[in-house]
Design a protein around this ligand. Structure first.
Ligand code: GLC
Ligand code: GLC
Length: 668
């Protein structure tokens, strides 16, 4: 057992808030030790395991205590929950499978393990991709062939019948949706993925449960303890006061953020769908209950947890109830507990909010990874405008992250595209943000003259004029229109657009994440309206079922250049992924913008441990030039080779980029 480094009762003189909290932390731990001892005794484990745990507990306890004290110190039952939380952590470490503990040890000693350029992610719905978990195991070869080393499975736990928001309305975190398999199947898949060198990412949907989760059912049956797990109000008085400062996330589902429940005769806080009940984290019982679920999920063999809807987990009257300081403290408390009990586990933040707020979730103490929604939105913005100035402006001060953290860069995911760029970034360039968003919405729904996109509106708010965009990468990039018009020219351009965008997410710094189906150019699927559980949510347009027959022709000879559209896309992406993995300059996050004087070109240099690569990408359908001088200065060389085409470029002359061409240049 590790003794805390000073005796609490002896710390007399040095007053001040820091030493005061330290004193409280140490004394509390001392008082809790006998209870922890019981937990260890009951399990009869190796002394070494206990020692490892105690070292980490000693390291993280003061911070964890102070976080929980700030969150819950005023609660009458604080000490009880604290005790339960620590016992939960002890048990999580004791129950952790030994292979996972091995990974923990390795990762703790290699805090940058996820900075490798060899990490390339993919995301999919199990049912839509392969029907069930058993069959998904048969696709491991496919993932390896494509080059994936990270797999995010969309929520696969037991859900309510009918509409379950694509799995995000969970009724039991400890059982898999029976249509997909069992927890045993999940463990088996995790083991096989690990053997294949593929990381497993699952969601931690902790902002809300389904209305048929046991806790919600107990609440409905009148159990007071469980009613306190949610935000319930007998009349409109408080909801109306909250509403004055709240956004509406799903305005076409229901106006406002509350849903009347007839049985309980109460209003329930429901930020998303009416059947997704927001959890009340001001109650420490909720924190502890979700912590147990988190450890359970982690124990199935998960490498990274995607923290769903992080922005919404703390509410305070008179605020937007998004991104509040206590939301961060909560995530930090979960993080500190993960460091203690499951130290190899990483958190990925899903905060699709203003860029200033997105970064606040990213740190080794909070979420080590985060979706990069600003880059995503601005890549689409550049594709529509053919200009990179807003993207460049944003990257110039928003790409840098703290040490030991990383962006997850993506183009499409299962959700909509929201234009979450910063209005002030736009204003600097003379762009009116409101008008620009209106333009982007018209462009991506195909209403703007000359638009190549075939997107669909999502959650149009008639009052605010707000709207988000649904649609697949291929449909938004013009392939659907090209096929409609039977235009080889448009088809060629759309493929170039898709590859151009991938060339950025694969090279700009961070983990690239493909939404499966992108690799063969899947188009929008309008048939979702036939399913009543999906018809009301246009995001289903970009969540089609995998059509394996489309890939039948992948084996054909590629070098003829006459392959099918799907083959062309698949092979180009596969090659680009291989290329990324072979270029050590693409590890880590270090990225410097290179100014070319050409507004249509995005150019940046990447460097890592002495390796260097320059990326130049033309966002217009006309050839563009950049001066060799710029390149020479940025790339520190006179001749460069493009890793994509193998072509060599001297810097003594101007460099011409073909329409939508991208270059990955290394000095030769
Ligand atoms: C997340 C998910 C989204 C879901 C919402 C509510 O944002 O990505 O699909 O609708 O949370 O769970
Ligand atoms: C909002 C939320 C995000 C969610 C999305 C679903 O943008 O901020 O968390 O994924 O809605 O459409």
């Amino acid at each position: 057992m590790i003794e805390s480094n000073h005796n609490p009762s002896a710390s007399n003189g040095a007053a001040g808030p820091r030493s005061e909290i330290r004193f409280k932390a140490d004394l509390t731990l001392q008082r809790l030790q006998p209870r922890l001892q019981e937990a260890w005794d009951a399990a009869d484990v190796d002394e070494k395991l206990r020692h490892e745990f105690d070292v980490r507990l000693a390291e993280y306890w003061p911070e964890l205590f102070s976080l929980l004290y700030e969150l819950y110190g005023q609660r009458y039952d604080f000490f009880y929950h604290l005790e339960q939380i620590l016992i939960t952590a002890v048990r999580a470490w004791i129950d952790r499978p030994e292979q996972l503990r091995e990974l923990d040890r390795h990762r703790v000693n290699t805090p940058d393990w996820f900075a490798s350029q060899k990490i390339v992610g993919g995301a999919l719905y199990v049912d839509l991709f392969s029907e069930n978990l058993g069959k998904l195991r048969e696709s491991i070869g496919y993932f390896k062939d494509l080059g994936l080393t990270y797999l995010h499975l969309m929520p696969l736990f037991a859900v309510r019948p009918g509409d379950s928001d694509g799995g995000y309305a969970i009724s039991n975190y400890r059982s898999v949706d029976p249509r997909l398999g069992t927890i045993e199947d999940l463990r088996k898949l995790a083991d096989e993925l690990r053997e294949a060198g593929i990381l497993l990412v699952l969601d931690f949907v902790f902002n809300h449960t389904s209305d048929d989760h046991d806790w919600a059912k107990l609440a409905q049956s009148g159990n007071r303890e469980y009613q306190e797990f949610y935000y319930l109000f007998p009349d409109r008085q408080q909801p109306d006061r909250y509403e004055q400062t709240l956004r509406e996330i799903f305005p076409t589902v229901r106006r406002g953020n509350f849903t009347w429940h007839d049985g309980m005769q109460q209003w329930v806080w429901t930020t998303f769908n009416s059947f997704q009940w927001d959890l009340n984290y001001s109650n420490p019982a909720v924190f502890r209950a979700m912590l147990e679920e988190m450890f359970f999920i982690a124990g199935t063999g998960v490498d990274m947890l995607r923290l769903d809807a992080v922005a919404f987990i703390w509410k305070e009257m008179g605020t937007s109830c998004e991104n509040l300081p206590k939301a961060h403290q909560l995530i930090r408390a979960f993080n500190r507990l993960a460091r203690i009990a499951t130290p190899g586990l990483l958190f990925k933040s899903e905060a699709i909010v203003h860029p200033d707020d997105v970064v606040k979730y990213i740190s080794p103490q909070e979420c080590q990874l985060s979706y990069n929604p600003t880059l995503m939105a601005l890549l689409w913005e550049s594709l529509a405008t053919r200009k990179t100035d807003l993207l460049v402006r944003s990257l110039s001060h928003r790409h840098v992250l703290p040490k030991h953290t990383a962006w997850v860069n993506y183009l499409r995911c299962h959700d909509d595209i929201g234009w979450t760029f910063d209005d002030a970034d736009a204003a600097v360039l003379g762009i009116n943000a409101y008008d620009h968003r209106q333009f982007l919405n018209r462009f991506y729904t195909g209403q703007h003259e000359g638009s190549f996109a075939r997107g669909v509106p999502f959650q149009q708010n008639v009052e605010t004029g707000d709207m988000r965009i649904a649609g697949t990468l291929a449909s938004l990039a013009g392939l659907e229109l090209a096929i409609e018009r039977d235009s080889p020219e448009q088809r060629e351009l759309s493929i170039r657009r898709m590859m151009l965008l991938q060339s950025i997410t694969l090279s700009i710094g961070g983990i690239p994440l493909i939404y499966l189906g992108e690799e063969w150019g899947m188009l929008n699927d309008y048939d979702f309206v036939k399913d009543p559980a999906k018809a009301g949510d246009t995001r289903w347009v970009h969540r089609p079922k995998m059509q394996w027959e489309f890939l039948d022709d992948l084996g054909d000879d590629l070098d003829t250049g006459h392959g099918s559209i799907r083959k062309t896309i698949f092979r180009s992406l596969q090659k680009m992924i291989q290329m990324r993995k072979s270029l050590p300059a693409l590890a880590g996050q270090t990225m410097e913008l290179v100014s070319t004087g050409n507004p249509h070109v995005l150019c940046f240099s990447r460097s890592h441990e002495g390796h260097r690569l320059i990326v130049a990408a033309n966002f217009s359908e006309y050839p563009q030039t950049i001066s060799g001088n710029h390149l020479r200065t940025a790339g520190l060389g006179r001749f460069f080779e493009d890793a994509i085409s193998g072509k060599t470029y001297p810097t003594s002359e101007e460099l011409e980029l073909d329409r939508y061409q991208y270059l990955w240049l290394s000095r030769v």
